[in-house]
Design a protein around this ligand. Structure first.
Ligand SMILES: [Zn+2]
Length: 298
């Protein structure tokens, strides 16, 4: 232990992660709509990083959970499929986050001084999954704001946090794309669906700018990861196990340490936490039984 501590001191400061991560979750995005929508901020992250439009929201071992947000964001944030995290629908009954926690927990165990932040406007993510982030901002379901307004408020709060505080891992969730999909249709031919994506892209731009405004930005080794919990067909995404438009989605991994170009290997939403932890310098312990792997980073 003594030797280990000394070694760490010679290199970098102990108890501080090696990099920083911003994970953005945009609910209900179809990759074909993302390709058509005018999204310059996401396009720039793709051009500077690794990208695939062939990421799966379900694995091969277990496919019993509903193709909806409860299981989707649980897999996305814990790195394990629903037979382990236990969430099969939006009731969150059966949740087993004590055994399979979200990735901030592993980060804090490895680096107790790391600072984490969660900004979400789908309340169950805050209530159930990311309940022990250091900083939590949530727009409650009881709020009279539309999801459009909630997304904007969250983006502003997250941007201030990113610039003014000292975070190492941040999750920001935007809900309006899914809401418009349910209302008008999940399809690249639906103008309001594309518009929602474009509005969220402007929020992504403000988050990227907020990071770049940090005085030590160039030394901080930021990685930005963006994906979603499911796509959609018609006005729904439930029961989409064999529907490509629902189970197939996108993944962006962008930063100085990301690979460049198309991610060719199979990728899944459970990869997101492993990408983040690997970038942060947290050794992945096989005892955690994570289902994902690090894709898109060097
Ligand atoms: Zn939905």
């Amino acid at each position: 232990m003594y030797l280990y501590d000394q070694c760490r001191c010679l290199g970098s400061e102990p108890n501080i992660p090696e990099g920083r991560v911003l994970v953005i979750g945009i609910d209900g995005v179809r990759p074909d709509a993302l390709r058509i929508a005018d999204t310059p901020a996401i396009d720039e992250l793709i051009s500077e990083g690794a990208f695939t439009n062939n990421t799966k929201i379900l694995g091969e071992r277990y496919r019993e959970n509903e193709t909806i947000s409860g299981p989707g964001w649980s897999s996305f944030l814990t790195g394990v499929w629903a037979d382990k995290h236990g969430v099969n629908d939006n009731t969150f009954r059966g949740q087993n986050y004590d055994e399979y926690p979200h990735f901030f927990v592993y980060l804090k165990r490895a680096f107790p001084k790391a600072i984490t932040g969660s900004f979400v406007d789908w309340e169950p993510i805050d209530t159930f999954i990311l309940r022990d982030a250091d900083v939590r901002e949530v727009c409650p379901a009881s709020s009279e704001d539309s999801l459009l307004q909630k997304d904007e408020k969250l983006a502003n709060k997250a941007a201030n946090f990113l610039t003014q505080q000292n975070p190492h891992a941040v999750f920001v969730y935007f809900g309006q794309v899914d809401e418009i999909g349910h209302q008008d249709g999940f399809h690249p031919s639906v103008p309001s669906y594309l518009q929602a994506l474009q509005t969220v892209d402007a929020h992504v731009a403000s988050l990227v700018q907020a990071i770049q405004l940090r005085p030590e930005y160039l030394e901080e080794n930021w990685l930005i990861v963006i994906s979603t919990d499911h796509g959609g067909r018609g006005r729904k995404h439930r029961g989409g196990h064999d529907v490509p438009e629902i189970v197939t989605t996108f993944l962006v991994v962008s930063g100085v340490q990301s690979k460049k170009g198309v991610i060719e290997e199979p990728s899944y939403i459970v990869d997101v936490p492993i990408i983040a932890l690997t970038h942060l310098g947290v050794p992945i312990d096989s005892a955690w039984q994570l289902d994902g792997k690090a894709v898109g980073i060097r």
